[in-house]
Design a binder for this molecule. Structure first.
Ligand code: SF4
Length: 369
């Protein structure tokens, strides 16, 4: 039985962060190794006046660990069926949107378009409906696509370790599973029905995927649900916990901010671009090796400004509805996208910033087992 990660008291994280002093922020900025207490200081209101220094430190560490590379990927939505009712999501079971699950041939058609556009890393996304898009379907998709792409990640329903192991053998290289919020009270408030209501099962999922041998695990919080500062400290704690147990695994963190979606949900708290920047700089300083993902949820202007400062991976040219790359007959999308540029346009900006867009940073040949 795998050990579990816990956040005992989410509001205590907020209290710790709000109590941080200027002196503690300075200590954190000058530390060679950043502790969780240092992370709390970097996330605090006291750190806001140090934002330019945090950006400079974050830029330096990002360049040291990742060189000039900015990885590029695209999501490929396979299905928008979902049994859960997450108050904030366009795919929620009670939203009356057109539903679609791609056939294997339709998946291949979408994949061919992404390949032609230059993508070599694709994130396969589904709603959470195991009876529609379960492990058998995902395995079939992966077996069909694995020779087209260097990396295939999944963002689907949480699974058992054996199911992850099966998908890893089929060719999945990475699993993304976001806790959405580490605040159990808010978690219960926004997850209204379905298996996702089980906070414990979800928070234990990254460890199950890592134990199954996945090369990379992505964790994240959906910003706009609970105190973003405390989410940052919870993410840092979860990351440190996972690193201790799965030292051979690569980790990434995502910071999706809530976007307009079907339904009438409004973010419970406002998270600004400045807040998001502080969060990313703090995480980079805390864990210089972690991959940080900035998706097309964010506006082009903001994504361009953040290049080289902390994020290491960008999505580009994204459609968030199944079949959206090959058809104009759009089904329901998960959320509306903030950056509508093509991969070529995004890559051009990356190059103009003196960075290298990288579409392939992995090959199955590297895999030992
Ligand atoms: S967030 Fe995921 S689980 Fe929740 S409704 Fe949307 S697709 Fe379903």
């Amino acid at each position: 039985m795998l050990a579990s990660f816990h956040i005992e008291n989410f509001s205590a994280l907020t209290d710790q962060i709000l109590a941080a002093t200027t002196a503690e922020v300075e200590t954190a900025l000058n530390s060679r190794v950043c502790t969780l207490d240092d992370l709390a200081a970097l996330l605090s209101p006291a750190a806001e006046k140090f934002l330019p220094m945090m950006a400079a430190r974050s830029r330096e560490l990002t360049a040291l660990r990742f060189g000039k590379t900015t990885q590029i990927f695209a999501p490929l939505y396979l299905s928008n069926f979902c049994i859960n009712r997450c108050a904030y999501c366009g795919f929620a079971a009670d939203n009356a949107i057109p539903r679609k699950k791609l056939t294997i041939n339709e998946v291949e058609r979408e994949a061919n378009i992404l390949k032609q556009r230059g993508f070599n890393h694709v994130l396969l996304v589904t709603g959470e409906a195991p009876a529609k898009a379960g492990v058998d379907y995902l395995e079939e998709v992966v077996l069909r696509l694995k020779n087209k792409f260097a990396a295939l990640s999944i963002e689907v329903q949480p699974m058992e370790q054996e199911e992850y192991a099966r998908l890893f053998r089929a060719g999945v290289t990475a699993v993304a599973v976001y806790q959405e919020t580490y605040d159990r009270r808010v978690y219960n408030q926004v997850h209204l029905a379905g298996k996702k209501c089980d906070y414990e099962y979800r928070i234990a999922t990254p460890a199950r995927a890592a134990a199954a041998g996945m090369r990379e695990i992505g964790i994240g919080s959906l910003l706009g649900l609970a105190d973003w500062r405390a989410e940052g400290l919870a993410l840092g704690s979860h990351l440190a916990w996972l690193r201790k147990r799965f030292w051979q695994t690569n980790f990434t963190v995502s910071f999706p901010r809530l976007r307009p979606a079907a339904g009438a949900f409004k973010p419970l708290i406002n998270v600004t671009e400045k807040n998001l920047s502080q969060l990313m700089f703090a995480l980079r300083i805390f864990d210089p090796d972690v991959g940080l993902i900035l998706s097309t949820r964010e506006e082009a202007r903001y994504r361009d400004g953040m290049l080289g400062l902390a994020p290491t991976r960008y999505s580009a040219g994204s459609c968030t509805d199944p079949g959206g790359y090959s058809s104009n007959d759009h089904t329901g999308e998960q959320f509306s996208v903030g950056d509508h540029r093509t991969i070529d346009e995004v890559c051009r900006v990356i190059v103009n910033k003196g960075l290298d867009p990288v579409c392939k940073d992995w090959d199955r040949e590297f895999q030992l087992n």
